[in-house]
Design a protein around this ligand. Structure first.
Ligand code: MF3
Ligand code: CO
Ligand code: CO
Length: 274
């Protein structure tokens, strides 16, 4: 494994992946995206988040993947399912039944041949409120605007700037307690990818071969979160709604490759390119 000469805020060296690494991430990312495509059909009033978790775990295993979250620092499930004011790391539960109007994030990370395909999306049960729809649209726009800044020579902080700009325009706030991360042959690696601009953060210049996630969490209310006594579930302190999207991406020689595109996103990009 090659490493960049740059380290991130945590002092860890940033891995640089070669063509084999990108190929590995393509496979893992494709299974991650397929898992999130698959589970969409099961999101209905009355289903429990545990049932969704069991379905997507089986889908991943059938596809040759192992869910990275099971046993990760003691985490008990194959996915995180975060409903309404849950910001992230919602634990699937037989007690959590979806109802009309709920919005939820499902986050999965299948390991395929040693590579981690980390991605998440928002879903709605029936029709979302006007505010919920605006939040979900803005969060997706923020993630894609951040991805659009990624190319060799650009700054890691451009990502947080792009996300904050969209959130601010909508009067929403960006969660600070969780960040994106290097990914690849390791679940959570350097660099740490902030979704906001921190003045005292070390500037990192992007280099071909860097692979990381961008996974902004945006709240309709204030940015503060708290973790519930289960040690995982993070909720907005003010109980406002929260949304998140996540892609795993790689810096190429001339831009960016997204490893976890959905079927729908792929079709959209193909339509634009033609
Ligand atoms: N998939 C999450 C991320 O985007 C991490 C979940 S770790 C877990 O980084 F243990 F909470 F599942
Ligand atoms: Co994730
Ligand atoms: Co992640």
């Amino acid at each position: 494994m090659r490493y960049s000469t740059q380290t991130d805020d945590t002092g860890k060296p940033i891995p640089l992946y070669d063509a084999d690494g990108f190929e590995g991430m393509r496979k893992a990312g494709a299974l991650g995206a397929a898992t999130l495509d698959f589970i969409g059909d099961y999101i209905k009033p009355g289903v429990t988040t545990q049932e969704l978790d069991q379905l997507l775990e089986q889908f991943q295993r059938d596809g040759g993947g192992v869910p990275a979250t099971i046993g990760y620092h003691g985490y008990p499930a194959a996915s995180c399912i975060s409903v309404n004011h849950v910001v992230c790391h919602g634990i699937p539960s037989e007690k959590k039944r979806l109802k009309k109007g709920d919005i939820l994030n499902i986050d999965v990370t299948p390991i395929v041949d040693g590579y981690y395909g980390d991605n998440s999306r928002m879903y709605v049960v029936g029709e979302p409120s006007v505010l919920a729809k605006r939040l979900i649209d803005a969060t997706y726009e923020a993630m894609m605007a951040a991805i659009a800044t990624v190319k060799p020579g650009s700054k890691l902080s451009d990502i947080g700037r792009a996300i904050e700009q969209v959130a601010k325009r909508e009067g929403f706030s960006v969660v600070r307690d969780f960040c994106g991360h290097g990914v690849g042959k390791v679940f959570h690696d350097a660099p740490q990818v902030l979704h906001y601009v921190r003045k005292d953060s070390k500037e990192i210049t992007l280099e071909p071969g860097m692979i990381f996630t961008i996974e902004p969490m945006i709240n309709t209310g204030r940015f503060e979160v708290k973790v519930l006594p289960d040690g995982w579930t993070a909720v907005t302190k003010d109980h406002s709604l929260s949304a998140q999207f996540e892609h795993s991406i790689g810096v190429t020689e001339d831009g960016v490759e997204i490893f976890t595109l959905s079927a729908e996103e792929k079709a959209e990009r193909a339509a634009i390119a033609s």
